[in-house]
Ligand binder design. Structure first.
Ligand SMILES: Nc1nc2c(ncn2[C@@H]2O[C@H](COP(=O)(O)OP(=O)(O)O)[C@@H](O)[C@H]2O)c(=O)[nH]1
Ligand SMILES: [Mg+2]
Length: 301
């Protein structure tokens, strides 16, 4: 016998993830999904796209938008990224503000300024609690409660997964009633080709220092699926010759390291053996060039 009660309502909706750079937004998205769709690194501004990740369970479908970190931008790329991030405010049914509880930042306040007067329910994820003792959370919770009307505050660790299931359930409870937007097995709207480019860029972020990550874009020129093998040809774009030398490294060692790590990630994602070819090309001052930003997909066509 079947019963209809309120608990059998199906919910579906869009959740905009917002926060300062490095708060753990992309890590949290990957933890919600149980798979890596968004790249992460210890450097701020790793994320450069609004990335959609879909979590489907029998009672609900939560569609997350991961976004670039909100910060005081210094160049055209930075301003485009912040604009992209803030644009989710109008597109989401629920907002999830992610804060690094170990290192709260003035940029948290920048996000809060943009949320003022906004009607969308806002959840606060106090992230990285694996690094903070519980008593130290209380003043933080107090401070955020005073600054912003919040649907709920949930201390979590995106890294260990602590409390993330509780947070996801709370969020689902505030999604509108309705049917699924995407087929249940959808993980992201991004093609593997795009995620592959991101996985290469992630390794550049993790394995080079100073300004190099911020001068790097990656494009995939060819992505060919053959019998039991994917052949990928990619270009790492940097702004100057000196950066090209750093990415290539002595005797090509750095590029080899980047390529091996990225290839293993892409093989894990696709479940297929990957042949990865990489070129490094200088594209002078692309972070300031609207045409290059469009070509690399950082601004809409
Ligand atoms: N200790 C700890 N580190 C975390 C946690 N969540 C994210 N990180 C780390 O924080 C850094 C930034 O994470 P990322 O997801 O790229 O942040 P985003 O810029 O907000 O997307 C990375 O080095 C992550 O491994 C967490 O819960 N605990
Ligand atoms: Mg990110």
């Amino acid at each position: 016998m079947e019963f209809m009660d309120s608990s059998s309502l199906h919910r579906a909706g869009f959740v905009g993830i917002l926060g300062a750079p490095n708060a753990g937004k992309s890590t949290l998205l990957n933890t919600f999904l149980g798979e890596k769709v968004a790249i992460t690194s210890a450097k701020p501004q790793t994320t450069r796209h609004r990335i959609l990740g879909v979590s489907t369970r029998p009672e609900a479908q939560a569609i997350f938008f991961d976004t670039p970190g909100v910060h005081r931008a210094k160049n055209l790329l930075g301003r485009e990224l912040v604009a992209q991030a803030l644009s989710v405010i109008g597109d989401a049914d629920v907002l999830l503000l992610v804060v690094d509880a170990e290192h709260p930042s003035p940029e948290d306040d920048l996000v809060i300024e943009h949320l003022e007067g906004n009607e969308t329910p806002v959840f606060l994820a106090l992230n990285k609690i694996d690094r903070v003792s519980k008593p130290n959370l209380l003043p933080l919770i107090d401070g955020f409660n005073r600054r912003l009307p919040l649907a709920a505050i949930v201390p979590v660790s995106a890294k260990t997964g602590e409390n993330t299931e509780i947070l996801l359930k709370e969020i689902i409870g505030r999604l509108p009633e309705g049917p699924e937007y995407y087929p249940p097995d959808t993980l992201t709207d991004q093609p593997e080709r795009f995620i592959a480019a991101e996985m290469i860029r992630e390794q550049v972020f993790r394995r080079t220092g100073q300004e190099v990550p911020y001068a790097t874009a990656v494009t995939v020129e060819a992505f060919k699926e053959e019998e039991g093998l994917i052949r990928i040809s990619s270009v790492i774009h940097v702004e100057r010759d000196s950066q090209k030398n750093i990415v290539i490294g002595k005797g090509g060692l750095k590029l080899k390291e980047i390529g091996t790590a990225a290839r293993m990630d892409i093989e894990r994602m696709t479940g297929t053996k990957v042949f990865l070819e990489m070129f490094v090309r200088v594209e002078k001052n692309w972070t300031r060039d609207p045409k290059a930003l469009r070509r690399f997909g950082y601004v809409p066509e």
